[in-house]
Design a binder for this molecule. Structure first.
Ligand code: PGA
Length: 253
């Protein structure tokens, strides 16, 4: 199965509006062939409108980093899927480990967010990944299974097809410590197998599973050589055009 590679830049809580626009303008200068690879950026909420405008009529895709599951209402400080659709987002990252760790997001909340995103025509990027102590205790598969099946609970086959999975081992995020290609591949294969068992082989073969955690221009190529690694969710290295476009152009690098 030939899945189209997908690289997404997660800017986290970085970039003012002016910085965000200048970063996407620089990325646009060196975007790879859109027939070959999908590329998205996920700026903070405050820069979404300006970035949407800057990337209009280009192949660069827009993602948000989070949402709340209601359409509207008295939820001070929250952003709804309708608002993200309205501003021009195609994707939304859901269940990032920083959301789970610092903001108390549970698999139940994440499942509500995934469903809300799909209801409003947004494509979820569902993040899963074990913490260091969980890996050391041999619980990696158990943890990612709970996160994957919890996050996707109750989804119809066509909804799963619209979803991207990102495997991000927490110990590899922002630490400079990347999972080895073999470590990534064994979890990716396990996740794909879960999709086969719970939906179908056809669906499992189509869903893209990204790796995330200290991706750099120097390590993307070997990760992408693995059978079940279909792309990357890039944090730190997505904040500079130079490193991000090198990652996006990994085929020619
Ligand atoms: P990192 O972050 O590339 O800085 O490790 C990845 C992520 O958290 O999505």
């Amino acid at each position: 199965m030939n899945r189209k590679p997908f690289i997404a830049g997660n800017w986290k809580m970085h970039k003012t509006i002016a910085e965000a626009v200048s970063l996407v303008n620089a990325i646009l200068l060196n975007l790879p062939d859109p027939q070959e690879i999908d590329v998205a950026v996920a700026p903070p909420f405050t820069a979404l409108a300006a970035v949407a405008e800057a990337i209009k009529d280009t192949p660069l895709k827009l993602s948000a980093q989070n949402l709340f599951w209601e359409k509207e209402g008295a939820y001070t400080g929250e952003i709804s899927p309708l608002m993200l659709k309205d501003v021009g987002c195609e994707y939304v990252i859901i269940g990032h480990s920083e959301r789970r760790q610092y903001f108390g997001e549970t698999n139940e909340m994440i499942n509500k967010k995934v469903k809300a995103a799909l209801t409003f025509g947004l494509k979820p990027i569902l993040c899963v990944g074990e913490r260091l102590e969980e890996r050391e205790e041999g619980k990696t598969f158990e943890v990612v299974k709970r996160q994957l099946l919890g996050g996707l609970a109750g989804l119809a086959p066509e909804e799963v097809l619209k979803t991207t999975i990102a495997y991000e081992p927490v110990w590899a995020i922002g630490t400079g410590k990347t999972a080895s290609p073999t470590q990534a591949q064994e979890v990716h294969a396990f996740l794909r197998n879960l999709l086969t068992k719970n939906w179908s082989k056809e669906i499992a073969q189509k869903v893209r599973i990204l790796y995330g955690g200290s991706i750099k221009p120097e390590n993307i190529k070997v990760l992408m050589q693995e059978e079940d690694v279909d792309g990357g969710l890039v944090g730190g290295a997505s904040l500079k055009a130079e490193s991000f476009v090198r990652i996006c152009n990994f085929k020619g690098d």
